[in-house]
Design a protein around this ligand. Structure first.
Ligand code: FES
Ligand code: FES
Length: 162
């Protein structure tokens, strides 16, 4: 199988790897780059568990060819808190926003992208931002509340926080 050399930044670190023809970004990150935070859910672009940031934009890594990230910046949950919990991760903990946790990394990346662009989102904007991330456990309210809490409580009144 042909291998293609690519370079990219992974949570700020320069990386040079060889990718297989047809290998997707999720597989490359997990197998080659050793980053297990993006999760394999459906493999078909419907669950959002594999969401990472490519040049700051949420992208489904299961549907992204690894060779297309040559020269780009990839960010994952592994780089969020520099070894500590980021404020958003802490808000997820404080608001009981993870049960099994399988969707959590994808949720965190979608929410990270939202808060970077829009530090004071409304509840509706949070719902829109995570609309591609499926959760089978939480019923979403705790997740939405966590994102609003990380944003400093903006929109909390309309969120009906518990
Ligand atoms: S694993 Fe990528 S969207 Fe489900
Ligand atoms: S916490 Fe289990 S799928 Fe979301």
């Amino acid at each position: 199988m042909a291998k293609t050399p690519i370079r990219f930044t992974h949570n700020g670190d320069e990386r040079a790897v060889f990718v297989d023809d047809g290998q997707n970004l999720l597989d490359m990150l997990r197998r080659t780059a050793g980053d297990l935070t993006p999760k394999y859910g459906c493999g078909q672009g419907t669950c959002g568990a594999c969401t990472v940031l490519v040049d700051g934009e949420p992208q489904l890594s299961c549907l992204t060819l690894a060779e297309t990230v040559d020269g780009r910046a990839i960010d994952t949950v592994a780089g969020l808190g520099n070894g500590r919990l980021s404020p958003l991760q802490k808000a997820f903990m404080d608001n009981f926003a993870a049960q099994c946790g399988y969707c959590t990394d994808g949720m965190l990346m979608s929410a990270t992208a939202l808060l970077k662009k829009n530090p004071r989102p409304t509840r509706e904007e949070v719902v829109e931002a995570i609309s591609g991330n499926l959760c089978r456990c939480t019923g979403y309210e705790a997740i939405i509340n966590a994102v609003l809490a990380a944003a400093g409580g903006a929109g909390a009144a309309s969120a009906g926080r518990r």
